[in-house]
Write a protein that binds this ligand. Structure first.
Ligand code: FES
Ligand SMILES: [Fe+2]
Length: 350
């Protein structure tokens, strides 16, 4: 089945991207124009004029209303047309869809589906992105590949060893088995890899200052369809969290991806790295930004190539899956269920 999971929140932008300039973004195949009213409220309207379908993002704002750049139809933040040229009466049908939007954790989220079902309390959280106790670097790279390929990629980090060798990949990542758990009701896939007494990749050696062997944890939470969290813990080998939960002997990085399908074969790849170490060191921020962006681009290049292969050889390829694919396959099944609108099987209660 094609299409995208409906009645879901997706990240459309970073909050700082939305201001009084019009911002056009395509989310799940729907063209949307975003802007911020003088009250601070973010508005998302269908980016096609009701008159002749001209993109509203080519127009301009006037007193918080959006004026179409072709013939001047003017819309308020609810999508209702308040002015048409050449006549006093505004047709009742002169309106465009206004999308539910919410700002949370540095992201602008948009609801794709029936607006009546939008509930901001169901948005999955990534609090580190703009929390005062964390220092964050972030970016967004457009991907010329279907978003499922990026979900596959992120749920199987064994590729770090090969695709990101010398950055975040070391031999032990591919060698260490993972555990996978699925919470169907919450639409979350958990994948965990715990490595003991392993090499410290340059990404963490240079940013944390740890020089020797490390214990390295990678605990993934994928909140389908859009939000991916990687809780990364790096500590000198043998340094464990205390019985009281104190883990100040370790360095922590919260790696956040928002994976938003734009069209069937293009994706917005929002990424962030939040850290609790070297928080005021600007050179560490610069290093993590440029190094992580290079890692992201290594994935982008590989997935763009895969998409080209899929497009030119659409039929008859039988994939071979192994243990490392358990998380990715769980993610695929969950996305398929959400896309087909099938409710999870209820968990029996005792
Ligand atoms: S297309 Fe927008 S006013 Fe004509
Ligand atoms: Fe990767």
């Amino acid at each position: 089945m094609s299409g995208f999971a409906q009645d879901q929140w997706y990240v459309a932008a970073y909050t700082q991207e939305v201001g009084t300039e019009l911002l056009a973004r395509t989310v799940c195949g729907e063209p949307i124009v975003f802007y911020r009213k003088s009250t601070g409220e973010v508005i998302g309207l269908f980016d096609r004029c009701a008159h002749r379908r001209y993109p509203l993002s080519e127009g301009h704002l006037s007193d918080d209303q959006l004026v179409c750049g072709y013939h001047g139809f003017t819309y308020d933040g609810t999508g209702v047309c308040t002015y048409v040229p050449g006549q006093k009466r505004v047709p009742r049908t002169a309106r465009v869809i206004s999308y539910p939007v919410a700002e949370l954790d540095s992201f602008v989220w948009v609801w794709i589906g029936d607006p009546a079902n939008a509930d901001v309390t169901t948005i999955p959280r990534a609090p580190w992105m703009d929390h005062e106790n964390w220092t964050t670097v972030s970016g967004m790279e457009p991907l010329d590949a279907r978003y499922g390929l990026l979900i596959d990629n992120l749920l199987d980090l064994s590729h770090e060893t090969y695709l990101h060798g010398g950055y975040i990949g070391t031999p032990e990542v591919a060698e260490t088995p993972t555990t996978t758990e699925v919470d169907e009701a919450a639409s979350v896939v958990y994948v965990s890899r715990r490595m003991t007494d392993v090499e410290c990749p340059s990404f963490y050696a240079r940013s944390t200052g740890i020089t020797g062997r490390i214990d390295r944890w990678q605990d993934i939470e994928y909140h389908a369809p859009c939000l991916y969290l990687l809780h990364s813990r790096i500590a000198p080998t043998g340094v464990a969290p205390g019985a009281d939960g104190d883990d100040s002997g370790a360095a922590h990085a919260e790696i956040v991806y928002a994976v938003t399908p734009s069209t069937e074969t293009t994706t917005m790849d929002f990424w962030g790295v939040a850290r609790d170490f070297a928080r005021d060191d600007v050179s560490v921020s610069e290093f993590l930004f440029s190094n992580n962006r290079e890692v992201v681009m290594q994935d982008v290049v590989a997935l763009n190539l895969l998409e080209k292969v899929i497009a030119t050889e659409p039929d008859g390829y039988q994939e071979l899956s192994i243990n490392i694919d358990t998380g990715g396959l769980a993610g695929r099944r969950m996305l398929q269920r959400l896309t087909e609108g099938v409710a999870p099987i209820p968990v029996p209660t005792a």
